[in-house]
Design a binder for this molecule. Structure first.
Ligand code: PMP
Length: 404
């Protein structure tokens, strides 16, 4: 049993609800080499050429040593913001560098947005399942998260409209809608264009902001470019993205595109939080985008993940029970599996690790206790042979659990 925390009585109320992840301890075991981990959320940066990265970094320090080693402005480097508008243009968004704030990954953007918008008890509407890191960033500010169900085309707008109306009727109208429209983490699916239009229209009707979180948009298996919500309603949508999946999470480079007044507040919050983004990593990220064929690198990641995803789906088809449901991912790094009701993926995890395979149980992706029979599988990190082996181990375990 864990020892009682002697500081418990001193913590702020909001911190008392924070729980260490039960599954984190299991994941320490899951990192043993004999365990195939389909649990993480890491891109496979080993496909990058590290000599190239080193050369880019060396050039940055040779050219701008003094400024790279100095503090910078709270909004982020202007050069990098200019490069990031180029990244957004690839996705069909036309923004000016001045409309952006650079953040420590998309994760800090989520934290700053939550700090800006959420009072205790405010309602945030999000897809169910949704990104664990967003749920925990929001949770610090004590909202009530209400989920809206998804299918193979993403969040269901009819269910969204009903939920929004119900919340109004209950006297607790939603404050914002959080969505990951492309290759969602964890569900792997993307919103259809029709649904994007409807979601924006619903946000207009109920007068709430939409937070569009798009780190995976460019990792599209068919190399499609899907219409960003922000391009449909720039004043209604706050857009955030990150170089973590397009280049490297180690660069910790994310950004927010927001209406002017929101942007100004975010800059103040960013300064209060960490003064400024690292100039060294901003310089490297900027030089990478300006001097390297970065879209080709993104394509390489995408092709690799597509092959691994195909292998995973093929193996699921033959190794999992016929009643398991998985919507084929449109891109990104994750597949989401719904298992029969007799399988509790949380309870099964220790047995899976004994069987030398790990995944993330579904419950963490819901703020309301859902997800008991669901699991997230990652296909970006393990190689194809390991993925197939992991899925076979998991399939056998699920089969055994069903016949118990
Ligand atoms: N949003 C989503 C949907 C994510 O999946 C992640 C990372 N897994 C993030 C934001 C944050 O990532 P980062 O801080 O590395 O940009």
């Amino acid at each position: 049993m864990a020892a009682v925390d002697p500081h418990l009585k001193r913590y702020a109320t909001r911190a008392t609800g924070m729980k260490a992840s039960e599954i984190r301890a299991l994941f320490a075991v899951a990192s043993r080499p004999e365990v195939v981990s389909l649990a993480g959320g890491m891109p496979d940066v080993s496909v990058l050429d590290f000599d190239e990265v080193a050369a880019v970094a060396a050039e940055v320090f040779a050219r701008d040593g003094a400024s790279a080693l100095q503090y910078g402005g709270g909004q982020g480097s202007e050069r990098l913001r200019e490069s990031l508008t180029m990244v957004m243009a690839e996705e069909g968004i036309h923004a000016r560098p001045d409309d952006l704030v650079v953040t420590t990954g998309g994760q800090q953007a989520l934290d700053l947005l939550a700090r800006l918008f959420i009072d205790p008890g405010d309602v945030v509407v999000a897809e169910g399942p949704s990104y664990v890191g967003a749920l925990s960033a929001f949770q610090q500010y004590e909202p009530r998260v209400v989920h809206v169900g998804m299918d193979g085309d993403g969040m269901d707008p009819d269910a969204l409209a009903e939920t929004m109306q119900r919340l109004v009727d209950e006297g607790r109208p939603a404050k914002m809608i959080y969505t990951i429209p492309n290759h969602q983490n964890p569900a792997g699916v993307s919103l259809s264009l029709e649904r994007r239009e409807r979601i924006v229209e619903i946000a207009e009707r109920f007068d709430v902001m939409v937070i569009e979180d798009n780190p995976y948009g460019m990792l599209d298996f068919k190399h499609e470019r899907r219409t960003p919500l922000v391009s449909l309603a720039p004043e209604r949508v706050i857009y955030l993205s990150s170089l973590s999946k397009m280049f490297s999470p180690g660069m910790r480079t994310g950004w927010v595109l927001a209406p002017r007044s929101v942007r100004d507040k975010l800059v103040q919050l960013k300064e209060a939080s960490d003064l400024c983004q690292s100039n060294a990593t901003q310089g490297i990220a900027d030089a990478w985008l300006r001097t390297q064929p970065w879209t080709q690198h993104v394509r390489n990641f995408t092709e690799l993940y597509r092959e691994r995803c195909d292998a995973m789906l093929a193996e699921i088809e033959s190794a999992f029970p016929a009643s398991a449901r998985v919507s084929p991912p449109t891109g990104g790094m994750f597949a989401w599996v719904r298992l029969p009701d007799e399988i509790d993926t949380g309870a099964m995890l220790p047995r899976a690790i004994n069987a030398r395979v790990a995944y993330v149980p579904g419950r963490g992706f819901y703020a309301d206790g859902g997800g008991t029979h669901e699991m997230r599988l990652n296909f970006s990190y393990a190689n194809e042979t390991r993925i197939r082996e992991g899925i076979r181990r998991l399939g056998k375990l699920i089969g055994d659990e069903m016949t118990l």
